[in-house]
Design a protein around this ligand. Structure first.
Ligand code: UGA
Length: 431
């Protein structure tokens, strides 16, 4: 089977590279020629464990190529994936201009039966819009549009592609269902089923899954305030809750809030969709509100111990929105750094992978060469991302380097008792 993947962003590139690794012939299409030449050399423009090996191997073995010619690439393929972005519009809605633009181009290119797979995260009803857009360009063409939302996580994308919890396919015809089942055959097991359903269900499943995970995070973050007020520890509380099989421990870590390109945008887009359909959701709005407040809660915690930040040197460990990625979109660290700058603090940052990305949006801070260099002369440290290398730091070295002895642990990765015993003032989240 020959595949065409349109859009070489995160989802497109992982999809294209991993399908080629399963033996399919894949062409990845993008309008950005410069990016295509980087990819054709086998270089991945962002940090994602394992992806560049897969890319190089399949480029070398000629199963994976890159092109800017949409028409030719669509015509050669049996299955075409739409993997372009759905950025946030002015009212929080998903902006469908790229998805529908690509649909129009596909319509102009159709030369025989094809399955058009929408992988971009799109609001319910978009599958039908894509179908109509294609049909308008090609009224007599034979094609199916399928909804196949992506559930992979940044930092674990390759693993998630190869071992999905589930594959959701929303299709209307038997022909499209059979084609998708064949495509995913080698990834489907009894324990990780291919769920066949309608396009509307598939579209709602995607947003509902992200909103549910975001809800869990906002729930523990909300409870963390109670824990602080009464001397309880949210980590223990979450552990105790999670021991109930029905609840489970995952996605119950309180911290500086969720970030990234998905949760914040998807929660707001689902809220917007619900408003559009006359079913406005206070619940979804609250998830978002709690998260935004949480991201802004670290600097006030610091100020309780260090009220005047003007001229103080504050170190930040971690810039990415989570470990094992270079992505800084909507990361708590950016919010923290900007708040500190508003208070005229001198901000020094370190991240193992995300400094190049951060420089583009945060030019005014000092970028340290390693975690300890960031601490040199610092009055306080704020941990914003739970990279493994921050979990067991050399506290003696930290004390020698820092001018002050304040640690704000925005991810609850340090042991408060141990840190305090070493002479630091420690403040975490909900503990
Ligand atoms: C998320 C979903 O987990 C994927 O299934 C989905 O495919 C993806 O969005 C998407 O829609 O594209 P991702 O954004 O890569 O994946 O990140 P997650 O690993 O889910 O983490 C999101 C944020 O939640 C991070 O900032 C993380 O630090 C935070 N988080 C996570 C917490 O604050 N507490 C937790 O317990 C778990």
């Amino acid at each position: 089977m020959k595949l065409c993947v349109i859009g070489t962003g995160y989802v497109g590139l992982v999809t294209g590279a991993c399908f080629s690794d399963l033996g399919y012939h894949v062409v990845c299409v993008d309008i950005d020629e410069e990016k295509l030449s980087v990819l054709a050399r086998g270089d991945v423009p962002f940090y994602e464990p394992g992806l560049s090996d897969i890319l190089r191997r399949n480029v070398r073995e000629k199963r994976l190529r890159f092109s800017s010619n949409t028409m030719e690439s669509v015509q050669e393929a049996e299955t075409v994936f739409i993997c372009v972005g759905t950025p946030e519009g002015p009212s929080g809605e998903a902006d469908l201009r790229y998805v529908l633009g690509v649909a129009g181009e596909i319509g102009k290119s159709l030369n025989g039966y094809k399955v058009i797979v929408v992988k971009s995260t799109v609001p319910v009803g978009t599958n039908e819009k894509v179908r109509r857009t294609i049909a308008k360009e090609a009224p007599d063409a034979d094609f199916d549009v399928v909804s196949n939302p992506e559930f992979l996580r940044e930092g674990a994308a390759v693993k998630d592609f190869q071992n999905p919890d589930r594959i959701v396919v929303g299709a209307r015809t038997e022909r499209a269902r059979a084609s998708m089942a064949r495509l995913y055959k080698s990834l489907t097991r009894a324990t990780r089923p291919l769920m066949l359903t309608t396009p509307e269900n598939a579209e709602v499943i995607k947003y509902a899954s992200n909103a549910m995970l975001a809800a869990r995070i906002s729930f523990v973050n909300e409870l963390s305030h109670l824990c602080e007020a009464v001397g309880a520890d949210i980590k223990e509380v979450a552990k105790g809750m999670g021991l109930d099989d029905r609840i489970g421990v995952r996605f119950l870590s309180a911290g500086a809030g969720y970030g990234g390109s998905c949760f914040p945008k998807d929660v707001r887009a689902l809220a917007q969709t619900m408003e559009q359909h006359g079913t406005a959701s206070n619940f979804l709005r609250a998830i978002d509100y709690i998260n935004e407040r949480q991201k802004r809660s670290l600097v006030p915690k610091l100020k309780k111990l260090l009220p005047e930040l003007d001229g103080r040197r504050i170190a930040i460990w971690g810039l990415s929105f989570k470990p094992r990625t270079s992505d800084v979109r909507n990361s708590a660290a950016l919010t923290v750094a900007m708040q500190l700058q508003d208070e005229y603090a001198d901000v020094v940052v370190f991240d193992p992978e995300a400094m190049d990305e951060a420089r583009k949006v945060l030019p005014q801070v000092t970028y340290a060469r390693d975690a300890y260099a960031a601490l040199d002369g610092a009055d306080a440290l704020i941990v914003c991302t739970e990279w493994d290398e921050f979990r067991v730091p050399d506290f003696e070295r930290m004390k020698r380097l820092m001018r002050g002895a304040i640690v704000v642990d925005g991810r609850n990765i340090l042991d408060p008792g141990e840190v305090r015993a070493l002479g630091f003032q420690y403040v975490g989240i909900g503990r």
